[in-house]
Write a protein that binds this ligand. Structure first.
Ligand SMILES: Nc1ncnc2c1ncn2[C@@H]1O[C@H](COP(=O)(O)OP(=O)(O)OP(=O)(O)O)[C@@H](O)[C@H]1O
Ligand SMILES: [Mg+2]
Length: 328
């Protein structure tokens, strides 16, 4: 086939498409575009608006902050401890909507400064920061368009059968972040040792920072503890209270998602946690308990899955009372 033929085919198709009235399925794509345009217009308008709601970006403090973040992320390329970060990552993490979410959290004082990245995952980056009242905070920023998604979407977007996916993906991320926030609150209420949830907006979750000014606390996987028995008892109780009282299953209860902080286990990464009525809740619970048993055995504590399951299901935790959270 000649080039000309292609061109002709292309233009003929274009003409045909243009003359057709937008069908129902294109409507969703249009709405999607419209939503994107709307957001963009609002953003740009805000930059010049009388009420100057986006003047913050020019404010010295924020300006400096974003410069600092940026230099932290890309300046260290190949030299500092964050050499995994490059320009692509900066763009990936700090897209416009994320900057706006950070702004929102800064306006409310939940975040004051964002200092340096402490970890990167497939779904999120975690940063060390401070809040306006001087607390150190962990800021978990979920990617709204991760590499995997970007790779997949190119085969899907443009296929009229699957419109609006970009927006759906973003919505899904937001639901996920709020789920992690709510799960943290739910576990905290029962006095369980998890980072205190401090705030959430869009794809950004702010929680208590577990670590030193230099680095986050090590994962349980990376430390050797003096008294493994104590840790096992503590974590069995965690699972018992979480199942019997908070009625939540962590779902990824591995020594990678438990930090060793000030002589105690602190459980993190609760986004995938499900309520006990979830059809897979029991399956997940058994898996979580299995992970604990494996850790126990590896660390010289004799414990069978049956014993551990019995403890988790039958341990008497009836005396516990739910604590109110500050924002209640
Ligand atoms: N509250 C916190 N305080 C200090 N460090 C934290 C906190 N939350 C997370 N981190 C650090 O960030 C890392 C990743 O956090 P988390 O496990 O919640 O994210 P993730 O996206 O599920 O990552 P992964 O896919 O690697 O499990 C943790 O291993 C820990 O080093
Ligand atoms: Mg994790």
């Amino acid at each position: 086939m000649h080039h000309d033929d292609w061109d002709e085919l292309g233009s003929r198709q274009k003409k045909k498409r243009r003359s057709k009235r937008p069908s129902h399925r294109n409507k969703e794509a249009e709405l999607d575009d419209e939503f994107q345009r709307d957001e963009e217009t609002k953003f740009l308008k805000g930059l010049t608006d009388k009420n100057r709601q986006f003047d913050w970006m020019k404010e010295d403090r924020y300006n400096r902050m974003f410069r600092d973040i940026e230099s932290n992320l890309q300046g260290a390329l190949g030299t500092g401890s964050y050499d995994w970060v490059d320009r692509r990552v900066f763009d990936q993490v700090f897209d416009r909507l994320t900057l706006m979410a950070l702004y929102k959290l800064m306006k409310s004082g939940i975040i004051d400064t964002l200092d340096f990245p402490v970890a990167r995952g497939k779904e999120a980056h975690v940063f060390h920061g401070t809040s306006l009242d001087g607390q150190t905070v962990a800021v978990k920023i979920f990617h709204t368009s991760n590499a995997v998604f970007k790779n997949l979407i190119q085969y899907i977007e443009g296929d009229p059968r699957f419109t609006g996916l970009r927006r759906k993906h973003r919505d899904l991320v937001e639901v996920w972040v709020r789920k992690e926030f709510r799960n943290l609150n739910r576990l905290s209420r029962w006095g369980l040792n998890v980072p205190k949830a401090l705030g959430v907006h869009k794809n950004v979750l702010v929680m208590e920072y577990i670590g030193t000014p230099e680095a986050p606390s090590p994962k349980l996987r990376e430390v050797s503890v003096d008294d493994a028995n104590f840790v096992v008892e503590d974590l069995l109780k965690f699972l018992a209270v979480s199942w019997q009282r908070a009625r939540l299953v962590h779902g990824d209860f591995s020594p990678y998602n438990i930090l060793w902080h000030e002589g105690r286990a602190c459980v993190i990464d609760v986004g995938q946690g499900v309520v006990d009525s979830h059809p897979k809740a029991q399956e997940f619970l058994v898996r979580d308990v299995t992970r604990l048993v494996e850790w126990a055995n590896k660390n010289g504590v004799e414990l069978t899955l049956a014993e551990a399951m019995f403890d988790v299901l039958n341990m008497d935790v009836s005396e516990l009372e739910q604590m109110p959270l500050e924002e209640d």
